[in-house]
Design a binder for this molecule. Sequence first.
Ligand SMILES: Nc1nc2c(c(=O)[nH]1)N[C@H]1C(S)=C(S)[C@@H](COP(=O)(O)O)O[C@H]1N2
Ligand SMILES: [Mo]
Length: 353
Amino acid sequence: MTPRLTDWSLALAAVLAFTTGLVSLISGLPQEWFIFALHAIVGLWLLLLLWGKLRRVWPRLIHPRRWDRRTFYGLLALLLVTLALGSGTWWVAGGAWYFAGFNLLNWHIGLGFVLTAAIVFHMFARAKRLRKRDIAGRRRALHLGALLLGGVALWPTQQVAERVLNLPGASERFTGSRESDSYAGNAFPTSSWVADAPRPIDAQTWRLSLRGAVTTPRDFSYDELVAAQDEEEATLDCTGGFYSTQRWRGIRIGRLLDQTALDTDARYVSFISVTSYRWSLPLEEAHTALLATHIDEEPLSHEHGFPLRLVAPGRRGFQWVKWISRIEVLAEPDPGEVISIFSSSFTDAGRGK
Ligand SMILES: Nc1nc2c(c(=O)[nH]1)N[C@H]1C(S)=C(S)[C@@H](COP(=O)(O)O)O[C@H]1N2
Ligand SMILES: [Mo]
């Protein structure tokens, strides 16, 4: 392949790796497994392409006479790519390594963002146009096709190897998350998207308010919600890399919404924490989701969102809002919720004031 074709293939692979990685963060339904497979395949493809690029720039790296400022950036980029691909691959194989309090998956995600930014910057500064002769010709096409196929073929090989070698990663869920303390009540790990840490909530004075596109806004007491006794077994799957299946108890959101009439333009239901952290579900999905007060017979612990948290099967953990005090029925989607999950930790309530 010509240098330009290698470089443009690398750029394409990087864009695909970034998008599939981003989409994987909000994927949790079993039928969305292919997003994760695609992400892995693109990673393996990147590895093959890098091999080609490395062979080309190798002489420039090993001869001190040929070093310049660009060598330094080249080496930095190589290090970044190695760490990003390495952390992902190692996590998938079952690696349990922590650095600065973050696991390999956390590092993989962080490095993915940094690397993408670096590539975009590099392309604006140095990208050369693809010419016809970079892509024309049977040999070129065959070569490119072989590399693509190589990436696709490596994926099942890696999956089988993982099982044959019985690597710890073989027991991971399709999302890459590892099981932790299922059916163990409040004992499973607790997690925050950033650092939400509100004060414990007094259930006797706490109220859940239902507002928005409804004919009569309503407040519910803790005891009213507990009385419903609806149950749901569901898996909380955190993008940080653990999952836990529990029997949740509380009130089905459909049952709650039935207590008032919805406006005809009602489309989404937004769940809002005392810290202002919020997330919404389409109305139909919200109907079947649960607002949990208990895990098995135990009330939720403070860390798990007492008095009330969202249990949204098939959604990733960060969407399972904890410490809910308000529900708002919406006519439009709420793009601001994406910002709310980052900013809530900086509100007074989020900092525990
Ligand atoms: N209010 C609020 N809800 C939240 C979060 C948060 O930071 N604030 N973190 C989310 C994340 S990232 C996950 S994985 C789950 C973790 O739930 P757990 O602590 O019960 O395990 O809660 C979600 N709900
Ligand atoms: Mo999470």
